[in-house]
Write a protein that binds this ligand. Structure first.
Ligand code: 16G
Length: 189
């Protein structure tokens, strides 16, 4: 998706033995990428063709704006972690860019090994390398302590607002199952 030269050992820092940190590539469709993402949220039906098309759309942005970084377990050749850095190009801040961290997920059985912190470190370092003026993310309340430990803080005075256009779906705390949110009573709107 982007040059692996960007992920030098200086940038990644120490990577635990048995794992590699690298850019997502097209072959990752067969290395559990979508199943990994399904531990974050609903993935839906994404065929190989859909995957390749979306991959190319991201990889062909100029300047490159999508950096999907994955962790592969070398013994199984399966992906155990993924996170995306997105650059947003601006007129403000001297025609600068901001960065967003998106879709961070570590496979259930690999949690607790500081792989999430590793991905966070890599993405923040990449963002600094690109000279963004800020980096931000949205996360569940339960993950705020994790991100605070990893350099983020609440942006006091600013809020994250949303309108959702997918179905009334909420992700259960275990992330694996879906449940339909109760219908909002129209009379209360
Ligand atoms: C979390 C993710 C966000 C992802 C969303 C999916 C991080 C830091 N945040 O907020 O990137 O897109 O979950 O949930 O990884 P959704 O399907 O409800 O939008």
């Amino acid at each position: 998706m982007f040059s692996s030269a960007l992920l030098s050992s200086t940038l990644t820092g120490d990577v635990p033995e048995g794992f590699v940190v690298r850019p997502l590539n097209i072959g990752d469709y067969d290395k559990g990428f979508l199943s990994l993402l399904s531990q974050l949220t609903r993935v839906g039906d994404v065929t190989r063709e859909n995957f390749v098309t979306r991959f190319r759309t991201m990889a062909d942005t100029r300047p490159t704006s999508y950096y999907v970084v994955v962790i592969e377990e070398t013994s199984t050749h399966q992906l155990v972690g993924s996170a995306t850095l997105v650059l947003e190009w601006k007129f403000i801040h001297a025609a600068g860019a901001r960065a967003r961290i998106e879709d961070v997920v570590i496979r259930h059985d690999m949690r607790g090994r500081k792989l999430g912190a590793l991905l966070n470190r890599v993405l923040v370092s990449l963002a600094k390398l690109f000279g963004v003026y800020k980096i931000s993310l949205e996360c569940k309340d339960s993950l705020i302590p994790f991100y605070e430990l990893n350099g983020f803080k609440k942006d006091e005075g600013n809020n994250f607002l949303v309108q959702r256009f997918d179905k009334d779906i909420t992700i259960s705390p275990t992330n694996d199952t879906l449940e339909t949110a109760p219908e909002v009573e129209q009379s209360k709107i």
